[in-house]
Design a protein around this ligand. Sequence first.
Ligand SMILES: [Zn+2]
Length: 170
Amino acid sequence: MKRDDKLKCSRCNKEKTRREIIRINSQWVCKDCQREAKQNKRKKHLDELREKGVIRKKRSPQEMMEYREEQKAQKLITQEKQKNFKPIIRGSKKQTQRKFSIGLTFEEKKILFGLLIKRGLPVDEVKERIKAISDNTKKIREKIKSETEDAKEINRKFKESFAKIVEGER
Ligand SMILES: [Zn+2]
């Protein structure tokens, strides 16, 4: 048989060259039909898995659109948070003017917020975690205040404690 001889595909009955056709179970099948059969088999298998609940059911176009919108919104929120996150400059005036009656300052909360969000924690969890840390720092501050009355010393010791907290959350 010459290379250019035409052969008939047993499935689509189209004439194909030797190059475009192969022998499967003693029948000639063209490559197009073969590809289609493969795709059908794969689709059938996926449908079975979806039926069994092994993989998620295919989303409808409407659901897919809603899903994409949701993802987009989530991405924007995250970007916005990261954009607004500014680390405090060490030794800045703001830090030395700390009020002693509170837990974490707004700046400190922002640092922790950025840190925990970057770690991939959900926003609700991050808020709870920061609240817990803030409550805890109130106690730390009380303890430092009981040890010394010097405002600068209190500030220095508290900065140390906060640095440790940040390190622990990284
Ligand atoms: Zn064919």
